[in-house]
Design a protein around this ligand. Structure first.
Ligand SMILES: [Fe+2]
Length: 445
């Protein structure tokens, strides 16, 4: 071998070593993230008893045990079954029980009957979880660069999927506990009292007409429904500096807001009457004052906190009563473009929206992220040029683009690392069990 080709061979060996080092570092990073997210689900369940984990209090709510197993099924179905040669499911029937809505992945158990499933037990569901985690560990640890390239996007989708279920786990256990006259405490968190915080005045911030870029720019992870990025004309508008508070919402209730059809959409008016709504979900009049069920137990409603657990119909009626409207999702995204992604998220473990402190009196946007999801008046529909991906994972978002409204900004049950300025959450207009709130917008006066 000539000195030149010897040098080239040495270079090749060194490059290969560098490559395998960088692949090892990448796998290490992915596994660290995987375990961090999986562990946080376990942390959320840490104080729950097995009896808590099997109740389904309404069709929208899933038992904690189901969330624990379904998030595991996701990694098993879309990674292990696809990429791990010779992988055989220990209990093949779990594929039927823990599939949620992926028709391309096979048939599934009825969503509204999840609370009737006492087996597998909670302990068995946790064992399933641990077993899939160790399979993922060993698959990734021996994966070469090409395989990691294939697995990584699905694994990262699995992280975000699990974070979504962490949020549902929190809101679902709240609904479960709220049915219990003993009002169980999920976490005993001292909530700041309005006396110590004071009241932050609502102000409106003006935005000029502009053509802006809407949607994700492709740097880092995003769901497919956040794209394609496109241009949109956003006419002049103003946006409230903070979400509507409980105190402000009480004024709507006291002004007979729930009994005055002039504020309500027709469908909303029908729903209010059918459901006999008189206040947000979890609110009760107790000895002449409003109280509500929180994840820290039954408490007086704090007037300074953002109002939450309101439907789109209530948010819209409140806005009409207040002489304002809900923002469009484009207005919201434009306004959020300069806001740092900080706020009260699930990692803070308050599990409840927080009142804005006195420092919130300055004229800028506050609480755009965290605390409460903000209803927009935008129907959840595809952006121009949107195409759902083929196969089961293409069922993630696209097929839900009908009869739902977009919410923005995340809540006290959302992970900080999960939310983005372009993030589009969506629910049907009558849903109230998520931490949903209101931020007002206005047209030029
Ligand atoms: Fe899911």
């Amino acid at each position: 071998m000539s000195p030149v080709s010897a040098d080239a061979a040495t270079d090749r060996v060194a490059a290969k070593r560098d490559h395998s080092h960088s692949n090892a570092a990448r796998v290490e990073g992915l596994l660290a993230r995987f375990h961090q997210i999986r562990d946080f689900t376990n942390t959320l369940c840490a104080d729950l008893e097995p009896e808590d984990c099997v109740v389904q209090s309404m069709p929208d709510v899933s038992p904690t045990k189901w969330h624990v197993a379904h998030t595991t099924w996701f990694f098993e179905t879309f990674i292990l079954k696809k990429f791990s040669p010779g992988y055989r499911a220990e209990i093949p029937e779990y594929a039927y029980l823990f599939n949620s809505y992926y028709n391309a992945a096979g048939s599934m158990h009825r969503r509204d009957l999840r609370g009737l499933i006492s087996r597998p037990t909670v302990r068995e569901a946790q064992r399933y979880r641990a077993s899939i985690d160790s399979h993922i560990d060993s698959l990734l640890s021996r994966a070469d660069e090409k395989l990691v390239d294939e697995i990584e996007p699905i694994l990262v989708l699995g992280f975000h999927h699990e974070q979504q279920h962490q949020e549902l786990l929190v809101t679902d256990i709240k609904h479960v506990f709220a049915q219990n006259p003993l009002y169980p405490v999920f976490r005993d968190v001292a909530l700041a009292s309005s006396q110590s915080i004071g009241k932050a005045r609502q102000q409106f911030i003006d935005f000029e007409e502009a053509i802006i870029d809407i949607g994700h720019d492709g740097r880092g992870f995003a769901y497919d429904n956040e794209g394609p990025r496109h241009r949109a004309l956003v006419p002049v508008f103003s946006l409230s500096s903070r979400p509507v508070t409980n105190g402000e919402y009480m004024a709507f209730i006291e002004d007979n807001g729930y009994a005055r059809p002039e504020f309500w959409l027709s469908l909303g008016w029908m729903t209010v009457n059918e459901q006999r709504w008189q206040a947000p979900l979890y609110w009760t009049k107790h000895e002449g004052a409003w109280w509500h069920f929180t994840l820290s137990g039954f408490r007086p409603v704090d007037e300074s906190e953002p109002v939450t657990h309101v439907s789109y119909f209530e948010a819209d009626a409140y806005a009409n009563w207040a002489g304002a409207r809900l923002p469009t999702e484009f207005e919201w995204e434009r306004a959020a473009s300069d806001c740092p992604i900080e706020g009260n998220f699930v990692e803070d473990e308050n599990f409840h929206p927080r009142a804005l402190s006195n420092s919130g009196a300055d004229k800028r946007l506050h609480q755009m992220f965290g605390d409460v999801w903000e209803w927009t008046r935008s129907a959840y529909s595809p952006y121009p040029g949107y195409r759902a991906a083929p196969g089961a994972l293409g069922e993630y978002n696209g097929k839900f683009m009908c009869n739902q409204y977009v919410l923005r900004g995340g809540s006290c049950a959302t992970s900080r690392s999960h939310i983005r300025r372009t993030y589009r959450n969506f629910f049907q207009p009558e849903k109230r069990w998520q931490f949903t709130g209101i931020r007002l917008a206005r047209d030029p006066q």
